[in-house]
Design a protein around this ligand. Structure first.
Ligand code: SAH
Ligand code: DHB
Ligand code: MG
Length: 226
């Protein structure tokens, strides 16, 4: 199998199952025009996020790593009218593009972009008493994944779903050399998940327009005591 085939199959399923959506399409176009990196989830992955949030009946969602808000819009589409999403973004330019994209999608009542390094804004959320969140999507700087997982557990409840993007990285996850800080972040995250009796988790390898990567899916099955 080649990247060309993976991309063609992605397009086949997207054409069949992901009808054009003016807000999502505009978000991608505006993000590209603003020069943001093209590292958002693919359309069929975005729809997977929306379906998982629907299955979860999520009313509160936390996202770490907004970029232009493409995954944010997919997740927010699953929320009921009185639901709420908070997304954390370190880069003010990315956050600005995301706010515009969310406003165009009619979602700025339900989705809030917080600017700052997530390791600064996560403690702020906790001290404001925000959460618990029904679904948490971790997709920011990979070396901090172990910290983001610890914060996710602090801001979760029994039954919360935590999703982590980019846990395979072309198979780089098997590299034990420690040479790549992103891979190290993913491996340390995986060790934390494996050792935590309060969660039940799996990983799904993916191929598609974004190459070879994967998601970790983690359900909080045990009691979280403060
Ligand atoms: N979830 C998005 C993609 C996110 S890309 C989507 O699929 O559409 C990762 C984002 O994390 C980038 O916008 C980057 O600026 C942001 N980021 C990097 N380090 C961060 C940090 N320390 N805190 C918050 N956001 C960070
Ligand atoms: C990168 C980050 C992502 O979140 C992603 O899905 C793909 C690539 C990156 O930083 O290269
Ligand atoms: Mg990602």
């Amino acid at each position: 199998m080649t990247q060309e085939q993976w991309t063609a199959v992605d397009r086949y399923f997207a054409d069949l199952l992901v009808p054009p959506d003016p807000a999502l399409d505009a978000a991608l176009q505006h993000s590209a025009e603003a020069g943001l990196p093209l590292i958002h989830v693919s359309p069929i992955q975005g729809k997977l996020l929306m379906l998982l949030a629907m299955i979860q009946r999520a009313r509160t969602i936390l996202e770490i790593g907004t970029l232009g808000g493409y995954s944010t819009i997919w997740l927010a589409k699953a929320l009921p009218r009185d639901g709420h999403l908070i997304t954390l973004e370190a880069d003010p330019k990315h956050a600005e593009v995301a706010r515009t994209n969310l406003a165009r999608a009619g979602l700025n009542g339900r989705a809030e972009v917080r600017i700052g390094k997530a390791l600064d804004t996560l403690p702020q959320l906790a001290s404001e008493g925000r959460g618990p969140f029904d679904l948490i999507f971790i997709d920011a700087d990979k070396p901090n994944n172990p910290h983001y997982f610890a914060w996710a557990l602090k801001l979760a409840h029994r039954g919360s779903l935590i999703i982590v993007d980019n846990v395979v990285r072309d198979g780089g996850v098997l590299d034990t050399s420690g040479a790549d800080p992103g891979v190290e972040g993913v491996r340390r995250l995986n060790d934390l998940i494996a050792a935590d009796p309060r969660v039940s988790a799996t990983a799904i390898q993916t191929v598609g327009s974004k190459g070879y990567d994967g998601f970790a899916l983690i359900v909080v099955t045990g009691e979280l005591t403060p």
